[in-house]
Design a protein around this ligand. Structure first.
Ligand code: SAM
Length: 376
């Protein structure tokens, strides 16, 4: 029959019944990526315009390695300024047929180039003609694409990576997590942040093999997936410091003072999850869009809310959950506000994590936390 037309952001996508590639749940992922890429592109353009050594001014060259309908690439072409070319690739012949139709339908054929190949091949073939931006949005685990990605991205380029195999990353199968990500996951209240740190550790280890390091701009846990946005650049010196950005987690099943054995997880990325200045700039863009009523992002309110929490997140790894602390000593749960001011009055910082609405992130040592809980 006639294909249905679906609008998301500024893109219109033809959906026919045979075509199962459109996933509406990922609208937030695409909106957020548009917001991040917009700011990345602004910074990139500013840097280029202010550098007299760069004579040939040009826009970004982007690879969407696993593109399905082409929706994401079309949205980047229409919504993000400063892009010259987007290669929209998929291994599936029917997906690439869909990409071709959608690209013409949206009149972005001068920017978006449909391409049919294995994503790894596209990246290896472009090692001498690198991309400024690579977006990896696979079903499940992105591991097999990372070696190609870190090799075919330009210095100071942006890598965007989704992982949807949350059961593996969140501790349901630690052995599989080790096989896929080179780190053991743990079941824990802070498993979502642990998942982010496992993925970042994994990307950093791939980058390190080529003398490159990562700088996370934003790391997000949402719905049933995680998404990280990292800048990559070459620095042999910083690579050597990579081990200082890694750590192991020792988790006691009960409390430290019990005689139970602990479990060990990791290695995890213990460096920063976000670049707060960068996030602040995205928040400013969003606020000005909201004020001027020119919002093209369907999930702008959710993005605003999440980035607002992230901007306040303490840069200390992982978090507690209040009920977990009190159930360990079988005590009553103090109100969150009471607990927060106790930490604060003891001279430490405390914040939420965007990954868990009951979370307590703090730089207070364990002993201080247990003292407060026991005293309640
Ligand atoms: N990025 C898309 C979006 O936002 O709408 C969704 C991508 S979908 C989750 C994953 C796609 O990866 C599928 O279309 C699948 O055909 C494709 N794919 C799987 N393995 C691939 C490979 N090795 N190379 C290229 N594409 C692949």
């Amino acid at each position: 029959g006639q294909p249905e037309v679906l609008q998301e952001g500024k893109a219109k996508i033809l959906i026919d019944k045979k075509n199962i590639f459109y996933n509406p749940v990922q609208e937030f992922n695409r909106d957020l990526s548009v917001a991040v890429l917009t700011q990345f592109s602004k910074d990139w353009t500013d840097k280029m315009n202010n550098d007299p050594k760069i004579v040939e001014k040009r826009g970004l060259r982007v690879l969407e390695a696993l593109s399905a309908t082409g929706l994401r690439s079309i949205r980047y072409a229409k919504e993000v300024p400063g892009i010259d070319e987007i290669v929209a690739n998929d291994i599936s012949v029917s997906a690439v047929e869909a990409i071709k139709k959608n690209v013409v339908f949206n009149q972005v054929d001068s920017i978006v180039k449909p391409h049919a190949n294995d994503a790894t091949m596209v990246m290896y073939e472009n090692r001498r003609n690198k991309f400024d931006v690579i977006d990896l949005d696979p079903y499940g685990c992105p591991s097999i694409f990372l070696d190609g990605a870190v090799q075919s991205i330009k210095d100071n380029g942006l890598l965007l990576v989704t992982a949807t195999d949350m059961a593996v990353l969140a501790g349901n199968s630690p052995e599989t997590c080790y096989v896929k990500y080179g780190a053991v996951s743990l079941k824990s209240k802070s498993c979502h942040e642990m998942a982010l740190r496992i993925l970042l550790q994994h990307i950093a280890s791939h980058a390190g093999r080529y003398g490159k390091v990562i700088t996370p701009l934003l790391s997000v846990s949402a719905d049933f997936y995680i998404r990280v946005f990292v800048k990559i650049h070459t620095s042999q010196k910083s690579c050597k410091q990579n081990t200082s950005n890694l750590g192991m987690v020792y988790q006691y099943k009960h409390c430290e003072f019990c005689k139970y054995k602990h479990q060990m997880g990791g290695p995890l990325w213990t460096g920063k999850l976000h670049d707060k200045d960068f996030i602040h700039k995205i928040l400013k863009n969003i606020e000005s869009e909201e004020e001027n009523n020119i919002q093209s992002l369907g999930t702008i309110r959710r993005i605003h809310g999440m980035l607002y929490v992230i901007e306040e997140e303490l840069e200390v790894p992982l978090y507690y959950q209040l009920d977990q602390l009190t159930s360990t000593i079988r005590g009553n749960v103090p109100p969150m506000t009471t607990f927060r001011s106790a930490i604060f009055n003891a001279g430490y910082q405390i914040s939420y994590s965007h990954a868990n609405k009951y979370s307590i992130k703090t730089n207070a040592p364990n002993t201080v936390i247990w003292d407060i809980i026991r005293a309640w």
